[in-house]
Design a protein around this ligand. Structure first.
Ligand code: NAD
Length: 485
């Protein structure tokens, strides 16, 4: 039986791609084929970029409060359709429905923030910089912007990009992940209902051909990328070479430090959720936990107990916390890393291979202890429900281990010691820090980005930096003749 083929959304119409190559989108919890996604061609991308460029000439002239009003309407529609959106996230990504609701909520918050564009786009002025001379800053959109997004947050990550981009007067060509493309159909229908004019938001499904088109098309002025480190590095270098503004948010290996005075009743559930939520397929996942030796034994007993209680299964089912990983290749990669950890001499204390379930791409929560910084399982971003534990003698050793990683996205500390918290904040290499919480993902009004190999660019996503990324300034310096009146 043939399955439905997705179409691209260009100039307010669903149009068939010119490609002959399609990839099947499967439900990772059941392996059921849900639709075919086109791996669109350069011609498809060129068409979308040209349309978006034409739409920009009109959209940039629309008064900022009018643009914001469309976002208010969109925001209301998102709230009314929350259940359907969350279900779609679980269907195509596999994460538990409760997590999908959290993701949808995060997306909605980005629209709330972007609807503040009339305030966020205000410039500055100084009425007197010299005798009879004043200076003012005005903010303008930059043109057509391209978005390239990963599979792990099919809703939240695109929402870091297009609401602010269109609120500030740009037009958008988005290339969602080919592994989780279906949610965008629903999002487009809500944008249409909210009254967004044709051509302002366009979606071209595909893979590297579309990405290369975005990186090379002369009408695309900026690129927002979120995905893995090698691809993010390529997008940043190639986009910059083509003189585009690029923000590239990439991979992670987040470290959590637990000190002797940590409250285990609160920290264990937070760490279990951060390590195994979304099957570890989160850029803010807790990948390594370093535990001070005084609390180590008690921590391990409690951690193992809590991990054994995790319910794995289809994310749509009640009480399920751990869903599948996204594809067979991700499952194979996870099993390979578990083998590598064993071969390197790490101690496997929870073996997710005991819970493999052929119905989907399932692997149970896995914990290694005795991990060292020369092991691949410590170095690489595993992006899987596999947690590494290391014993440390003090906070400094925990910081040294974390700072030795090439990645520096998030880092967490569990303690009630104020001096330790300050020392951690001042000395850890990471862009997003959590104190006594497991996933320190900043809200929409704050910037989202890591350091080192976790981020390439100058202006990160969200917050005021996001406004700056999607705008450019004119500074007017004006002399006025002195009035006789
Ligand atoms: P990915 O890099 O495989 O894909 C991301 C996007 O790039 C997709 O749209 C994909 O089609 C495209 N792409 C993939 N290979 C390409 C190639 N060779 N040339 C051009 N384009 C290509 O990432 P993924 O597996 O979808 O997502 C997981 C990664 O995303 C993880 O590394 C995770 O840490 C990262 N991520 C980072 C953040 C952050 O804020 N730093 C947030 C979410 C996810």
């Amino acid at each position: 039986m043939s399955i439905r083929k997705l179409k691209n959304y260009i100039n307010g119409e669903w149009v068939e791609s010119r490609t002959t190559t399609y990839e099947t989108v499967v439900n990772p919890a059941t392996k059921e084929a849900m639709c075919d996604v086109p791996l669109s061609t350069r011609e498809d991308l060129d068409h979308a970029a040209t349309v978006a460029h034409e739409a920009f000439q009109i959209w940039k002239e629309v008064a900022v409060p009018r643009r914001a009003r469309i976002l208010y309407k969109f925001h209301q529609l998102l709230i009314e359709n929350k259940d359907e959106l969350a279900k779609l996230v679980t269907l195509e990504n596999g994460k538990a429905l409760s997590e999908a609701y959290g993701e949808v909520q995060r997306g909605i918050e980005n629209v709330e923030f972007a609807a503040g564009a009339p305030t966020l786009m205000m410039g500055d002025n100084l009425s007197s910089i010299a005798t009879d001379v004043e200076a003012s800053v005005y903010k303008y959109p930059i043109g057509v912007v391209g978005g390239i997004t990963p599979f792990n947050f099919p809703m939240m990550v695109p929402f870091w990009m297009f609401p602010m981009a269109i609120a500030t007067g740009n037009t958008v060509v988005l290339k969602p992940s080919e592994k989780a493309p279906m949610l965008m159909e629903k999002v487009v229908s809500l944008l249409e209902e909210a009254g967004l004019p044709k051509g302002v938001f366009n979606v071209v499904f595909g893979a590297h051909d579309v990405v290369n088109g975005l990186l090379q098309h002369p009408d695309i002025k900026a690129i927002s990328f979120v995905g893995s480190q090698p691809v993010g590095q390529y997008v940043y270098t190639e986009g910059s070479k083509n003189l585009k503004r690029v923000q590239s948010l990439t991979g992670a290996k987040n470290h959590t430090i637990v000190l002797n005075d940590a409250n285990l009743k609160d920290s264990i559930p937070a760490i279990v959720s951060a390590a195994f939520g979304s099957a570890g397929e989160r850029c803010m996942a807790a990948a390594v936990v370093t535990v001070e030796e005084g609390i180590y034994d008690e921590f391990m007993v409690e951690l193992t107990k809590a991990t054994k209680d995790i319910k794995m299964g289809n994310g749509l089912d009640d009480g399920v916390f751990l869903g599948p990983v996204i594809r067979q290749e991700n499952l194979d990669r996870t099993l390979n890393y578990i083998e590598q950890g064993i071969e390197a001499g790490a101690n496997l204390i929870c073996d997710g291979r005991e819970q493999l379930d052929e119905a989907g791409f399932f692997v149970g929560p896995t914990i290694f202890e005795g991990v060292t910084t020369d092991m691949t399982i410590w170095k690489d971003e595993l992006f899987a429900p596999v947690l590494s534990i290391m014993k440390i003698k003090d906070l400094q050793e925990g910081i040294n281990i974390a700072n030795a990683s090439e990645f520096a996205n998030g880092a967490c500390l569990f303690t009630n010691n104020a001096s330790a918290i300050r020392y951690f904040r001042e000395n850890i290499d990471a862009g997003m820090l959590g104190i006594n919480l497991g996933v320190p993902a900043p809200m929409a009004m704050f910037p989202f980005s890591g350091w080192k190999s976790s981020f390439y660019g100058t202006l990160p996503a969200n917050g005021k930096a996001g406004v700056d990324f999607y705008t450019r300034n004119k500074v007017v310096t004006a002399r006025y003749a002195r009035s006789d009146v």
